[in-house]
Design a protein around this ligand. Structure first.
Ligand code: HEC
Length: 146
């Protein structure tokens, strides 16, 4: 009786620790993969939608289209950044003493996921390093604009 009980206990402990381990260890890997997948998808969206103006290296075209390298918009407030893609931008920007006043059109026709991916790509390319932007965050900003 006693042997049965202790082996049952061992069994429960084993299952419990397996559950705990599976909760602890694979998560960061999953999140990394999620980020990598978003960047990968975002790279394609960038090539289709942003590259002609902001260029493959994100450096833009002097005095026409601004660079996307460590600017306060790229690395700053997510909501403001999402709004730029949804609404476009035409009030002009000054970056490192150069001013850019071409018009950027709205890209509201992209899906929430495409916008999240392209911004996550931009925020993790061209020397930038910033948190990913999620589909849900884009959805929230879009809903408030309507
Ligand atoms: C037709 C050319 C064009 C396209 C296409 C374009 N942009 Fe822009 N973008 C501009 C211009 C011009 C500005 C500056 C507008 C202003 O404020 O006058 C700008 C501004 C920005 C800014 C803020 C300023 C900065 O440099 O940080 C961000 C961020 C940005 N664009 C991201 C994007 C992303 C992401 C895409 C693709 C979804 C995109 N743009 C597509 C021309 C373009």
């Amino acid at each position: 009786m006693r042997i049965v009980r202790s082996s049952t206990l061992m069994c429960i402990l084993f299952v419990l620790s397996a559950v705990v381990m599976s909760q602890i260890s694979p998560k960061p890997v999953k999140q990394r993969n999620k980020l990598a997948a978003s960047i990968e998808r975002g790279k394609k969206v960038y090539a289709d939608q942003c590259l002609t103006c902001h260029q493959a290296d994100g450096l833009g075209v002097q005095n026409m289209n601004p660079p996307l390298v460590k600017t306060k918009w790229v690395l700053g407030d997510k909501k403001q950044l999402i709004e730029i893609v949804l609404k476009g931008k035409k009030d002009g920007v000054e970056i490192d003493g150069d001013s850019y006043s071409n018009v950027m059109a709205s890209h509201a026709d992209l899906t929430d996921l495409q916008i999240a991916d392209v911004l996550t790509y931009v925020r993790n390319s061209f020397g930038n390093k910033a948190k990913a932007i999620t589909e849900a965050e884009v959805k929230t900003v879009r809903a408030k604009l309507k």
